[in-house]
Design a protein. Structure first.
Length: 382
């Protein structure tokens, strides 16, 4: 009866959480399709201003860039749009399109590392060419590359995406001449660089020299916040094997979304209905690839846990360890929403500090948690 009550309460909060997501992650106004050609031209021409600038990991201009920093700065400076800060996040943010449907201003993505994940991004120019910030090879920095003739980039090509409205065939043909890819234009300034919106809704002129003050610190721009709410469960009790409700947990987490290293820090609030305690784990995390996270850390416990008719003692450290998986994110406004599943083990001992029986140790500490995660890059709110 008590477990049914907790299950009903947790279900109510989970439903409430889902209903509040659209309000928390309100969808921004759709970009006007009638201005698509102009926005794409401004975006491309603005990026070409930086041709020849050197590559620098974490760079967002105006003097040096990494690949995603170049895309971020070009969108911010030309048309006032805040894009995610990493190539992986950009891939999730954009809508998938076929190579044959690419238009100038779309993004092209590449897998250049042994991890097999998205690791590079560039801006499509048309005529089989894209502009990007290369970190290695015979030419580095901001360069223009032909995807068809360059064997390396052709082999690494992983897909394409768009964040700007498509241009109709008629408009595309009329405006194609405005999107040039000649390196001789690299020193020229694009027209109409306004479009960066102030907080009061007015527009201001943004030039490459202003990017240093417009862009946020490169470290801060790579921080991604996420919050999750889940229901705990497992397959066993001390006396039987059956589906068993274990409570509710929520988490707030921050991750440094680097290209090769993604550490994080998070804190839980957990109620465990089997041991009848509230717990507050603080965990260090490491995100592997795009969809896997491992974590461990100390646990602060409120109250004395009970299990199988006896009082037990929770361990402060080592307290909790586990691994979590999530689905690809569904974009809702500036946020990403995904389903997660984790498996975590919390350490409990007897009151004198000795280990529990193996069966009770497993059944008390091993819990699965299923729920919803909402993520938000800090760069989207600064």
């Amino acid at each position: 009866m008590i477990k049914q009550k907790y299950f009903a309460i947790s279900s109510f909060f989970l439903i409430l959480f889902v209903l509040l997501i659209p309000r928390v992650c309100a969808q921004p106004a759709a970009l006007p399709k009638e201005n698509a050609a102009e926005m794409r031209s401004q975006f491309v021409e603005y990026g070409k201003v930086f041709l020849g600038k050197p590559y620098k990991a974490g760079g967002i201009g105006p003097d040096s860039f990494d690949c995603s920093g170049f895309v971020y700065a070009s969108a911010k400076g030309s048309i006032g749009i805040d894009l995610p800060r990493t190539s992986r996040a950009l891939y999730s943010y954009t809508s998938r399109i076929e190579l044959s449907d690419l238009q100038a201003g779309d993004l092209v993505f590449f897998k250049t590392t042994s991890s097999g994940t998205i690791s590079h991004v560039g801006i499509w120019l048309g005529n089989d060419e894209f502009i990007h910030s290369a970190s290695d090879g015979p030419r580095t920095g901001i360069i223009i590359t032909n995807l068809k003739t360059d064997k390396y980039w052709n082999k690494c090509y992983a897909g394409a995406g768009k964040f700007l409205p498509s241009v109709s065939k008629e408009v595309k043909n009329e405006s194609a001449s405005s999107v040039k890819t000649d390196d001789a234009d690299s020193g020229s300034s694009p027209k109409n660089l306004q479009k960066s919106e102030k907080s009061d809704g007015e527009l201001e002129l943004v030039t490459p020299d202003m990017l240093a003050s417009k862009n946020q610190d490169s470290f801060l721009s790579k921080i991604v916040l996420d919050a999750s709410l889940g229901i705990g469960w497992n397959f066993f009790t001390p006396n039987s094997v059956r589906l068993n409700f274990r409570g509710v947990d929520s988490m707030i987490h921050a991750c440094y979304n680097g290209e090769n290293f993604r550490p994080g820090l998070g804190t839980y609030i957990r109620y465990d209905s089997d041991t009848k305690v509230m717990q507050f784990p603080v965990v260090l995390t490491l995100t592997l690839g795009d969809y896997t996270r491992i974590f461990m850390g100390p646990v602060i416990t409120a109250g004395t846990p009970e299990y199988d008719g006896e009082e037990i003692k929770s361990s402060f450290f080592p307290g909790i360890m586990g691994v979590a998986w999530n689905t690809p994110s569904l974009k809702v406004g500036k946020c990403g929403i995904s389903i997660f599943q984790d498996i975590h083990y919390t350490v409990f001992n007897k009151m004198d500090g000795t280990a529990l029986r193996a069966r009770n140790s497993v059944t008390s500490g091993l819990v699965f948690s299923s729920g919803i995660r909402v993520s938000l890059p800090i760069s989207n709110i600064l």
